[in-house]
Design a protein around this ligand. Structure first.
Ligand SMILES: Cc1ncc(C[n+]2csc(CCOP(=O)(O)OP(=O)(O)O)c2C)c(N)n1
Ligand SMILES: [Mg+2]
Length: 330
């Protein structure tokens, strides 16, 4: 992945190690959730696996004190970087009362946390896109120096919400970063049956914004593209479309069996580009990481994952009497 590329981007050794640690934390929490699901302890998992580099690289390029994130269901890397904790994510997986996302009412992956400016989303895919445009418009009207960062899958880029939101943001030059996490599948539908154009980023020209496609397995490439998009947004130059290309390493969700629509060889081939392996190799190549530090990091993360699991499993459910809370005005 090259020599000291992070330094050329203004990223310190500590920063890129923190990036890697956030990616690895997301991966380990996700893996634990699959085990819990298969053990019958949690009902549902929808994975970030294969997209951690894109998610964390992008989040690190934003102002995490000011900017708003409107993530989609795979974005565990984004929400961890924005300040959601492993315990909070596990509370959501176990649908416990203290889950900050929805008090255990929504499916996991419906991220939302006001204190960290993570805007809650809805289950129909892409509804978060016009929301992000609206938040950016409000910020502009109130003279606030903020960008909104919204993500969605490549399948979801066919929804009207994407096109309507992108057009409005382009016309009004709003500081929105549209990031499409292209993982080559929309459930069982492969990319070539989803889009007639070559790249999702080709769509940007229709809305008067730049569109770039970057390697979604390379957190530094994603960092660079999103940083440029954020600078553009803050300078009043309007939105950008960033497409990150990687591969969905798991089935669509814990309720899907991907053996019915893709070859095992294809998945094995994609695993060779897994950013958890390739970015560790980059850090080692640049002498800021080694096998001992890797083991120490992994052990530290596993202790956090174990603690979060036990904490959430023991936490109380919401009272049945509270089921109607937040549904009707009180
Ligand atoms: C409007 C709408 N249509 C269909 C669905 C069912 N659905 C959930 S995820 C998904 C696939 C989305 O694929 P993509 O946008 O590529 O995201 P990925 O899951 O691959 O990250 C579909 C069809 C939905 N949630 N909302
Ligand atoms: Mg997809």
């Amino acid at each position: 992945m090259g020599k000291n590329r992070h330094k050329a981007l203004g990223l310190s050794d500590e920063k890129v190690l923190e990036m890697y640690e956030t990616m690895l934390l997301a991966r380990r929490i996700d893996e634990r959730m699959w085990l819990l699901n298969r053990a019958g302890k949690i009902p549902f998992v929808i994975s970030c696996q294969g997209q951690e580099a894109a998610q964390v690289g992008a989040a690190f390029a934003l102002d995490r004190e000011k900017d708003y994130a409107l993530p989609y269901y795979r974005d565990m890397g984004v929400v961890l970087a924005f300040g959601m904790t492993p315990k909070e994510l596990m509370l959501s997986a176990f649908a416990k009362a203290a889950d900050p996302n929805s008090g255990g009412r929504q499916m996991p992956g419906h991220f939302g946390q006001k204190s960290n400016r993570i805007v809650t989303g809805s289950s129909p895919v892409t509804t978060q896109v016009p929301h992000a445009v609206g938040v950016a418009l409000a910020g502009k009207m109130e003279g606030k120096d903020l960008c909104t960062f919204v993500t969605f899958g490549e399948g979801s880029s066919n929804q009207g919400d994407f096109h309507e939101g992108a057009n409005f943001a382009g016309v009004h030059k709003l500081p929105v970063i549209f990031m499409c996490e292209n993982n080559k599948y929309a459930i069982s539908v492969p990319i070539e049956k989803q889009l007639a154009c070559e790249k999702v980023s080709d769509r940007a020209i229709g809305y008067g914004m730049p569109g770039v496609t970057v390697d979604g397995n390379d957190p530094l490439a994603v960092y660079e593209a999103v940083k440029e998009a954020a600078d553009r947004g803050r300078a009043g130059k309007g939105p950008t479309l960033v497409e990150t290309v990687s591969y969905r390493l798991t089935p669509h969700s814990s309720d899907d069996d991907d053996r019915s629509y893709r070859d095992r060889e294809e998945v094995a081939e994609a695993k060779k580009n897994d950013s958890i392996i390739t970015f560790a190799a980059y850090l080692k190549e640049n002498k800021i990481f080694d096998d001992a530090k890797e083991k120490e990091m992994n052990d530290r993360i596993m202790a956090i994952v174990n603690e979060a699991t036990d904490f959430a499993e023991a936490a109380p459910y919401a009272d049945a009497e509270s089921a109607m809370k937040y549904v009707y005005a009180e």
